[in-house]
Design a protein around this ligand. Structure first.
Ligand SMILES: C[S@@+](CC[C@H](N)C(=O)[O-])C[C@H]1O[C@@H](n2cnc3c(N)ncnc32)[C@H](O)[C@@H]1O
Length: 189
């Protein structure tokens, strides 16, 4: 399996508007706060959050970015994200799948939050190469993932190992808890 079947996400969004309880879970709120805390710059020029779901993290990222591109593959989730983010005129919400519809832009922040472990190591390695190709030196890449057991192709720790292995990414922040891991890497020359 190279990536989690798209049908899986269609099925879970058909059963719930907020399948991971992003809007109500105190665990998610705390994790989001720590994710924002890991950012090493007050403002970013152009940020990218693939796999934005219903846009709860995107809404918290929006005030830190001149522009934020938030994408997902599921139209119903994107419709909710667009409603949530309506007041943030700097956020663009688009239906795009990674890796095939990777945007042709240069970002100074890429946020991979609870999305990297849906790919196997080789596919994620290709995605990380796209991240590196669409960033300049000095850009930041944030990874945030659940560390528990899943039936996804990679564990959270495994996904972070793949990202960490890229020679052009230098780890700047490493926050480890029993449940989740947050890393921030800087894109180097
Ligand atoms: C667990 S949610 C993460 C939401 C958000 N990043 C957060 O942390 O709050 C994962 C999302 O990734 C999306 N997704 C899965 N595969 C994708 C792909 N190939 N391209 C873009 N989005 C994808 C799913 O539809 C789902 O909404």
């Amino acid at each position: 399996m190279t990536s989690t079947a798209r049908e899986y996400f269609h099925t879970i969004y058909a059963a719930s508007d907020d399948p991971w309880n992003f809007t109500t879970s105190s665990y998610e709120q705390r994790k989001y706060a720590l994710t924002l805390d890991s950012l090493r710059r007050e403002r970013y020029r152009n940020a990218f959050e693939p796999g934005c779901s219903i846009g709860v993290l995107s809404e918290l990222l929006a005030p830190r970015c001149e522009r934020l591109l938030a994408t997902d593959i599921i139209p119903s989730a994107l419709a909710r994200a667009a409603r949530r983010l309506e007041k943030h005129r700097n956020v663009v919400v688009e239906q795009r799948a990674i890796p095939e519809a990777w945007p042709n832009e240069t970002f100074d922040l890429v946020v991979l939050s609870e999305v990297a472990y849906y790919f196997d190591a080789e596919s994620l390695g290709d995605i990380v190469s796209l991240v590196v190709r669409s960033t300049d030196p000095g850009a930041h890449v944030v990874g945030v993932h659940w560390r528990g057991d899943t039936d996804y192709p990679l564990t959270g720790d495994g996904a972070h190992e793949v990202i960490n292995a890229h020679i052009k990414l230098r780890q700047m922040v490493h926050h480890l808890e029993k449940e989740f891991v947050i890393d921030l890497w800087e894109r180097v020359e």
